[in-house]
Design a binder for this molecule. Structure first.
Ligand SMILES: [Zn+2]
Length: 525
């Protein structure tokens, strides 16, 4: 009886595995060196991959197989994973081509964009530097506006992407792409937004208290009471201004990011040396300015990181974060079938990454891994805990902007998106938008175009990171409790890959369902 479903899975896997690896290589090439050829190749392979997943007959077979009684849980899970993956790509060839072409063109603009400020072409790192350090309101405004210019350039294409995605979702019986994407991520929209309402409540007071102090400092620095988005250092106000927190940049010079990533994961008994060797870690022209981790073939032997490391805390944090993803990828049980050799959920791998990234503000890590003297760290301990809590709160509120915005975008792509954007920024971040228009301001975040319906995963990841840290403290004595801590992450969380659905996995790994409790305890100031 069960031979047929097995054959179905095997047949698909044998096509998927080589194609996915080839696509990943092409994707990597297009990010480390943007060129028309690399972009074209990447788009072609993406199309091929999506067209393979778009096979309607195959999906019908999978759905039929799932209706049967299947006694092998791994086979059942593979079919479930397949059903979710295939459903997302059900559309006509013409639709698929248009979608891939559009999103590739937007991403390629993001990869090559350099903002022009005062006749100078600047990288993202350079823009950030102006926003962090300038006391000249007009110059900050010019830098901020320049960083949003790309949004105006791509906005119409991103709107069209939303229409196309909606069109496909509608044909499958979903109200829009947002609802479909969540469903295919095994997340209930009702559950998610109820959780977000709780988080909005939970973080409001501490956020406002902290922001009142920040606003006062910024008003003094810029000599104005009328604070606008460009005064808040980060172009999206998703990070604390360096001026408002303990500055640790002097602790992290050249070479720190790579060395400390290796040291951290080494202390957990997770070897990421091979990952770092295959990675592309430093800034260059024509290279994506962001950071990501890519598992090329799910063998655990070709995991790579793209980064743009410059000295300072930020890129140490980013490297720890990306190495958290890499650690997950290399820790998945190699004996699992291909389809299950991936993280259980986007937000579960985000949780490991976030937990790792948070370490730069952990006094124990600063002393034991980064080698800073206790005499320097101890007096900062309280302030570090406070700034970590603030960062989590600030980030949570930024994610609320993004998640609510995306839901609104797909609910009505024709709406006045700029107005919706500023309403949400006002509601969650308490920042007032500029008086005049900033065309396409909402499209200046690359995720809106290239990682649709993804951002909520960062906040779920924050919650899970806190829950995991709580579990590690209770069971092995702390996050940095050597290989015991690493083993806990590896054995219970990462090794099972996608053989378990995220809710079962989290219950197994932490002894409780995902909840905001541990996060709430951490951010209570
Ligand atoms: Zn991440």
């Amino acid at each position: 009886m069960q031979r047929a479903p097995h054959r179905l899975v095997d047949a698909f896997e044998s096509k998927l595995e080589p194609l996915e690896a080839e696509f990943h290589r092409a994707y990597w090439d297009s990010q480390v060196h943007a060129s028309p050829e690399n972009d074209r190749r990447r788009a072609e392979l993406e199309l091929e991959l999506r067209s393979l997943k778009g096979d309607a007959t195959f999906l019908a077979g999978v759905t039929e197989a799932l209706a049967e009684e299947l006694h092998d849980p791994l086979l059942r899970r593979q079919l479930q994973v397949l059903r979710l993956a295939l459903t997302a790509d059900q559309m006509t060839d013409a639709q698929r081509e248009e979608l891939v072409e559009l999103s590739s063109s937007v991403e390629s603009d993001f990869a090559t964009f350099r903002a022009e400020v005062d006749c100078e072409s600047l990288s993202e790192n350079e823009i950030l530097e102006i926003l962090e350090t300038s006391s000249d309101s007009a110059r900050s405004e010019r830098a901020w506006r320049a960083s949003k210019e790309l949004g105006g350039r791509v906005a119409e294409r991103v709107r069209e992407l939303a229409r196309l995605r909606n069109h496909a979702a509608l044909a499958l019986g979903y109200p829009d792409h947002y609802g479909m994407a969540l469903d295919l991520q095994e997340i209930s929209e009702e559950w998610l937004f109820k959780l977000f309402d709780e988080l909005e409540e939970l973080t409001r007071e501490p956020f406002l208290r902290w922001k009142a102090g920040l606003d006062e400092a910024l008003s003094n620095r810029f000599g104005t009471k009328h604070l606008r988005p460009w005064h808040y250092a980060d172009p999206f106000f998703q990070y604390q201004p360096r001026s408002a927190t303990v500055d640790l940049d002097h602790l992290f010079g050249d070479g720190a990011a790579v060395r400390l990533a290796q040291g951290t994961f080494g202390s957990w008994g997770i070897d990421i040396g091979g990952v770092l060797e295959r990675s592309d870690l430093f800034p260059r022209q024509m290279k994506s300015q962001h950071a990501f981790c890519l598992d090329v073939d799910r063998s655990g032997r070709d995991v790579r990181i793209l980064a743009n490391i410059v000295p300072g805390e930020r890129w140490v944090e980013v490297m720890l974060h990306e190495c958290g993803h890499a650690a997950y990828d290399v820790s998945i049980d190699g004996k699992l079938p291909y389809l299950l050799r991936e993280p259980a959920h986007t937000f579960v791998t985000e949780a490991v990454a976030i937990l790792s990234g948070r370490l730069t503000r952990d006094p124990e890590w600063l002393v034991n891994v980064a080698g800073v003297s206790p005499g320097e760290v101890d007096p900062l301990a309280q302030e570090l805990a406070r700034s970590s809590a603030i960062q989590s709160i600030l980030f949570a509120r930024w994610v609320l902007v993004m998640a609510h915005f995306e839901r609104a975008l797909y609910a009505d792509p024709e709406a006045d998106l700029e107005a919706i954007w500023w309403d949400l920024v006002q509601r969650f971040q308490f920042v007032q938008g500029p008086e005049d228009e900033v065309p396409g301001v909402w499209a200046a975040k690359v995720h809106v175009a290239s990682a649709p319906v993804y951002y909520h995963n960062y906040l779920l990841g924050e919650l899970l990171a806190s829950q995991l840290m709580e579990t590690m403290r209770a069971r092995v004595g702390g996050v940095l409790a050597g290989t015991a801590a690493g083993d806990l992450l590896r054995e219970y969380l990462m090794k099972p890959g996608n053989s378990l659905r995220w809710d079962t996995l989290i219950q197994d790994a932490t002894g409780a369902p995902l909840s905001p409790h541990a996060f709430a305890a951490e951010v209570a100031l």
